[in-house]
Design a protein around this ligand. Structure first.
Ligand code: G3P
Ligand code: CA
Length: 269
Protein backbone atom coordinates (compact mmCIF):
# COMPACT_ATOMS: atom_id res chain seq x y z
CA UNK A 1 0.00 0.00 0.00
CA UNK A 2 0.96 3.65 -0.07
CA UNK A 3 0.48 4.74 -3.63
CA UNK A 4 -2.94 5.64 -4.97
CA UNK A 5 -2.98 4.38 -8.53
CA UNK A 6 -4.06 6.88 -11.14
CA UNK A 7 -7.49 6.48 -12.65
CA UNK A 8 -7.04 3.82 -15.36
CA UNK A 9 -6.34 5.40 -18.72
CA UNK A 10 -5.43 8.80 -17.31
CA UNK A 11 -1.68 9.55 -17.47
CA UNK A 12 0.18 11.96 -15.21
CA UNK A 13 -0.38 12.77 -11.55
CA UNK A 14 -3.44 11.36 -9.79
CA UNK A 15 -6.13 14.04 -9.74
CA UNK A 16 -8.36 14.17 -6.66
CA UNK A 17 -11.74 15.91 -6.57
CA UNK A 18 -11.40 18.30 -3.60
CA UNK A 19 -14.45 18.20 -1.30
CA UNK A 20 -15.91 16.30 -4.26
CA UNK A 21 -15.99 18.12 -7.59
CA UNK A 22 -16.68 21.27 -5.60
CA UNK A 23 -16.42 23.72 -8.48
CA UNK A 24 -19.58 22.12 -9.86
CA UNK A 25 -21.61 21.04 -6.83
CA UNK A 26 -21.77 22.09 -3.16
CA UNK A 27 -18.62 20.95 -1.34
CA UNK A 28 -18.69 17.84 0.82
CA UNK A 29 -22.21 16.82 -0.27
CA UNK A 30 -23.23 13.61 -1.99
CA UNK A 31 -23.96 15.75 -5.06
CA UNK A 32 -20.26 16.69 -5.18
CA UNK A 33 -19.29 13.01 -4.94
CA UNK A 34 -21.62 12.24 -7.85
CA UNK A 35 -20.32 15.22 -9.85
CA UNK A 36 -16.80 13.80 -9.52
CA UNK A 37 -17.78 10.38 -10.80
CA UNK A 38 -19.72 11.91 -13.69
CA UNK A 39 -16.54 13.74 -14.71
CA UNK A 40 -14.63 10.46 -14.51
CA UNK A 41 -12.78 10.95 -11.19
CA UNK A 42 -12.67 8.20 -8.64
CA UNK A 43 -10.64 9.90 -5.89
CA UNK A 44 -12.68 12.31 -3.75
CA UNK A 45 -11.39 14.30 -0.78
CA UNK A 46 -13.59 15.18 2.21
CA UNK A 47 -13.45 16.68 5.72
CA UNK A 48 -14.71 14.86 8.81
CA UNK A 49 -15.88 16.47 12.07
CA UNK A 50 -18.18 15.49 14.97
CA UNK A 51 -21.60 16.60 16.19
CA UNK A 52 -22.61 17.33 19.80
CA UNK A 53 -24.05 13.84 20.17
CA UNK A 54 -21.02 12.11 18.69
CA UNK A 55 -21.93 11.50 15.04
CA UNK A 56 -19.21 11.96 12.43
CA UNK A 57 -20.30 14.32 9.65
CA UNK A 58 -18.70 15.60 6.46
CA UNK A 59 -18.18 19.36 6.48
CA UNK A 60 -15.17 21.64 6.07
CA UNK A 61 -15.67 24.63 8.38
CA UNK A 62 -16.02 24.16 12.13
CA UNK A 63 -19.18 26.23 11.94
CA UNK A 64 -22.31 25.63 9.86
CA UNK A 65 -22.70 29.25 8.76
CA UNK A 66 -21.00 29.37 5.37
CA UNK A 67 -22.29 26.19 3.76
CA UNK A 68 -25.74 25.71 5.32
CA UNK A 69 -28.86 27.72 6.25
CA UNK A 70 -28.20 27.22 9.98
CA UNK A 71 -28.45 30.95 10.67
CA UNK A 72 -32.06 30.93 9.43
CA UNK A 73 -33.10 27.59 10.88
CA UNK A 74 -31.44 28.13 14.27
CA UNK A 75 -31.33 31.90 14.90
CA UNK A 76 -29.74 32.73 18.22
CA UNK A 77 -27.31 29.81 18.14
CA UNK A 78 -24.32 31.81 16.88
CA UNK A 79 -21.59 31.00 16.01
CA UNK A 80 -23.24 27.76 14.78
CA UNK A 81 -20.40 25.45 15.69
CA UNK A 82 -20.71 21.95 14.26
CA UNK A 83 -19.89 20.52 17.70
CA UNK A 84 -22.80 22.41 19.33
CA UNK A 85 -25.49 20.78 17.16
CA UNK A 86 -26.90 17.26 17.20
CA UNK A 87 -26.83 15.07 14.12
CA UNK A 88 -30.63 15.36 13.90
CA UNK A 89 -30.43 19.16 13.91
CA UNK A 90 -27.73 19.16 11.24
CA UNK A 91 -29.75 16.72 9.13
CA UNK A 92 -32.46 19.38 8.81
CA UNK A 93 -30.13 21.93 7.20
CA UNK A 94 -29.90 22.81 3.53
CA UNK A 95 -26.27 22.50 2.45
CA UNK A 96 -26.92 23.13 -1.22
CA UNK A 97 -28.83 26.39 -1.75
CA UNK A 98 -25.84 28.61 -0.94
CA UNK A 99 -24.12 27.09 -3.98
CA UNK A 100 -27.06 27.20 -6.38
CA UNK A 101 -30.84 26.87 -6.42
CA UNK A 102 -30.65 23.57 -8.30
CA UNK A 103 -28.88 22.04 -5.28
CA UNK A 104 -31.56 23.06 -2.76
CA UNK A 105 -32.13 20.27 -0.27
CA UNK A 106 -28.63 18.81 -0.39
CA UNK A 107 -27.68 17.71 3.14
CA UNK A 108 -24.59 17.60 5.32
CA UNK A 109 -23.88 13.87 5.04
CA UNK A 110 -22.90 11.69 7.93
CA UNK A 111 -19.61 9.90 7.34
CA UNK A 112 -21.56 6.64 7.00
CA UNK A 113 -23.82 8.09 4.30
CA UNK A 114 -20.80 9.53 2.53
CA UNK A 115 -18.90 6.22 2.59
CA UNK A 116 -21.95 4.42 1.20
CA UNK A 117 -22.15 6.81 -1.75
CA UNK A 118 -18.43 6.63 -2.52
CA UNK A 119 -18.68 2.86 -2.35
CA UNK A 120 -21.80 2.75 -4.54
CA UNK A 121 -19.99 4.87 -7.13
CA UNK A 122 -16.93 2.61 -6.89
CA UNK A 123 -14.82 5.63 -5.97
CA UNK A 124 -11.89 6.07 -3.57
CA UNK A 125 -11.53 8.35 -0.58
CA UNK A 126 -8.94 10.81 0.68
CA UNK A 127 -10.45 11.35 4.13
CA UNK A 128 -9.30 14.39 6.12
CA UNK A 129 -9.76 14.40 9.87
CA UNK A 130 -10.42 18.13 10.28
CA UNK A 131 -9.31 19.99 13.46
CA UNK A 132 -8.79 16.81 15.51
CA UNK A 133 -7.82 18.94 18.51
CA UNK A 134 -11.52 19.89 18.80
CA UNK A 135 -12.68 16.27 18.84
CA UNK A 136 -10.81 14.05 21.33
CA UNK A 137 -10.83 10.43 20.20
CA UNK A 138 -11.90 11.21 16.63
CA UNK A 139 -9.07 9.11 15.19
CA UNK A 140 -10.25 5.94 16.92
CA UNK A 141 -13.88 6.74 16.12
CA UNK A 142 -13.18 7.40 12.43
CA UNK A 143 -11.33 4.11 12.12
CA UNK A 144 -14.19 2.32 13.87
CA UNK A 145 -16.74 3.74 11.41
CA UNK A 146 -14.49 2.87 8.47
CA UNK A 147 -14.19 -0.67 9.80
CA UNK A 148 -17.92 -1.06 10.37
CA UNK A 149 -18.67 0.21 6.87
CA UNK A 150 -16.27 -2.25 5.26
CA UNK A 151 -13.51 0.22 4.43
CA UNK A 152 -10.64 -1.46 6.30
CA UNK A 153 -10.51 -4.74 4.45
CA UNK A 154 -7.41 -5.50 2.41
CA UNK A 155 -8.86 -4.27 -0.88
CA UNK A 156 -9.81 -0.91 0.59
CA UNK A 157 -6.63 -0.23 2.57
CA UNK A 158 -4.47 -1.18 -0.38
CA UNK A 159 -6.26 0.77 -3.07
CA UNK A 160 -9.19 2.89 -1.98
CA UNK A 161 -8.38 4.86 1.17
CA UNK A 162 -5.96 7.51 2.41
CA UNK A 163 -6.41 9.29 5.77
CA UNK A 164 -4.86 12.76 6.03
CA UNK A 165 -4.63 15.60 8.56
CA UNK A 166 -2.82 18.86 9.22
CA UNK A 167 -2.08 17.41 12.66
CA UNK A 168 1.02 15.23 12.85
CA UNK A 169 -0.21 13.89 16.20
CA UNK A 170 -3.45 12.78 14.53
CA UNK A 171 -1.67 10.95 11.72
CA UNK A 172 0.80 9.36 14.11
CA UNK A 173 -2.14 8.10 16.15
CA UNK A 174 -4.00 6.75 13.10
CA UNK A 175 -0.84 4.95 12.02
CA UNK A 176 -0.37 3.50 15.50
CA UNK A 177 -3.97 2.29 15.71
CA UNK A 178 -4.13 0.84 12.20
CA UNK A 179 -0.64 0.50 10.71
CA UNK A 180 -2.11 -0.91 7.49
CA UNK A 181 -3.96 2.31 6.61
CA UNK A 182 -2.23 4.67 4.18
CA UNK A 183 -1.83 8.15 5.63
CA UNK A 184 -0.81 11.62 4.49
CA UNK A 185 0.43 14.62 6.46
CA UNK A 186 -0.91 17.97 5.25
CA UNK A 187 1.86 20.53 5.29
CA UNK A 188 5.37 21.32 4.05
CA UNK A 189 7.89 20.13 6.62
CA UNK A 190 11.46 21.38 6.16
CA UNK A 191 13.64 18.78 4.43
CA UNK A 192 15.59 18.17 7.65
CA UNK A 193 12.38 17.16 9.42
CA UNK A 194 11.08 14.79 6.74
CA UNK A 195 12.62 11.58 8.15
CA UNK A 196 10.59 11.99 11.33
CA UNK A 197 7.37 12.14 9.27
CA UNK A 198 8.41 9.18 7.14
CA UNK A 199 8.22 7.00 10.25
CA UNK A 200 4.43 7.26 10.43
CA UNK A 201 3.15 8.44 7.04
CA UNK A 202 3.29 7.58 3.35
CA UNK A 203 2.48 10.89 1.72
CA UNK A 204 3.28 14.56 2.35
CA UNK A 205 0.53 16.86 1.04
CA UNK A 206 1.61 20.52 0.78
CA UNK A 207 -0.09 23.73 -0.36
CA UNK A 208 1.13 24.28 -3.91
CA UNK A 209 2.58 27.76 -3.24
CA UNK A 210 5.03 26.32 -0.69
CA UNK A 211 6.88 23.77 -2.85
CA UNK A 212 9.76 23.50 -5.29
CA UNK A 213 11.13 20.71 -7.49
CA UNK A 214 14.00 20.28 -4.99
CA UNK A 215 11.63 19.85 -2.07
CA UNK A 216 9.54 17.29 -4.00
CA UNK A 217 12.74 15.39 -4.88
CA UNK A 218 13.79 15.40 -1.23
CA UNK A 219 10.43 13.91 -0.22
CA UNK A 220 10.77 11.25 -2.93
CA UNK A 221 14.19 10.36 -1.57
CA UNK A 222 12.74 9.02 1.68
CA UNK A 223 11.04 5.73 2.41
CA UNK A 224 7.63 6.06 4.06
CA UNK A 225 5.79 4.03 6.67
CA UNK A 226 4.92 1.23 4.23
CA UNK A 227 8.39 0.82 2.78
CA UNK A 228 7.86 2.79 -0.43
CA UNK A 229 9.15 6.20 -1.46
CA UNK A 230 7.18 9.04 0.14
CA UNK A 231 4.84 10.70 -2.35
CA UNK A 232 3.45 14.23 -2.70
CA UNK A 233 -0.14 15.31 -3.38
CA UNK A 234 -0.48 19.08 -3.60
CA UNK A 235 -3.56 21.31 -3.15
CA UNK A 236 -5.65 23.33 -4.22
CA UNK A 237 -4.88 23.73 -7.91
CA UNK A 238 -7.72 24.82 -10.16
CA UNK A 239 -5.98 26.38 -13.17
CA UNK A 240 -4.02 24.92 -16.06
CA UNK A 241 -0.82 26.96 -15.59
CA UNK A 242 -0.39 25.95 -11.96
CA UNK A 243 -1.33 22.37 -12.75
CA UNK A 244 1.46 22.07 -15.32
CA UNK A 245 3.88 23.85 -12.97
CA UNK A 246 3.36 21.35 -10.13
CA UNK A 247 3.33 18.44 -12.57
CA UNK A 248 6.74 19.59 -13.77
CA UNK A 249 7.96 19.72 -10.16
CA UNK A 250 7.21 16.01 -10.07
CA UNK A 251 4.22 15.80 -7.74
CA UNK A 252 2.37 12.50 -7.59
CA UNK A 253 -1.09 13.95 -7.13
CA UNK A 254 -3.05 17.18 -7.49
CA UNK A 255 -6.09 17.93 -5.32
CA UNK A 256 -8.53 20.19 -7.20
CA UNK A 257 -12.02 21.66 -7.03
CA UNK A 258 -12.05 21.48 -10.85
CA UNK A 259 -10.40 18.11 -11.54
CA UNK A 260 -11.43 18.15 -15.20
CA UNK A 261 -9.51 21.39 -15.80
CA UNK A 262 -6.42 19.98 -14.10
CA UNK A 263 -6.63 16.60 -15.84
CA UNK A 264 -6.79 18.27 -19.26
CA UNK A 265 -3.88 20.55 -18.39
CA UNK A 266 -1.52 17.87 -17.15
CA UNK A 267 -2.03 15.78 -20.26
CA UNK A 268 -0.71 18.68 -22.38
CA UNK A 269 2.98 19.34 -22.88
O1 G3P B 1 -6.80 18.09 0.73
C1 G3P B 1 -6.14 19.26 1.03
C2 G3P B 1 -6.99 20.39 1.47
O2 G3P B 1 -8.32 19.96 1.64
C3 G3P B 1 -6.52 21.03 2.69
O3 G3P B 1 -7.16 22.24 2.98
O4 G3P B 1 -8.78 23.69 4.11
O5 G3P B 1 -9.41 22.56 1.99
O6 G3P B 1 -9.20 21.27 4.10
P1 G3P B 1 -8.69 22.43 3.30
CA1 CA C 1 -9.73 19.13 3.30
Amino acid sequence: PGAPAATPGLPGPVVYAHRGASAYAPENTLAAVDAAVRLGFDWVENDVQRTRDGELVVIHDDTLARTTDAEEVFPGRAPWRVRDFTAEEISRLDAGSWFGASFAGARVPTLREYLARVQRNRQRLLLEIKKPELYPGIEDQTLRVLEEEGWLDTAHVQRRLVVQSFSADCIRLVHGLRPDVVTAFLGTPPVADLPAYAAFTDRINPWHTTISADWVAAVHGLVGAHGKALEVDTWIVDDAVTARKVRDMGVDGIISNAPDVVQRAVQEA
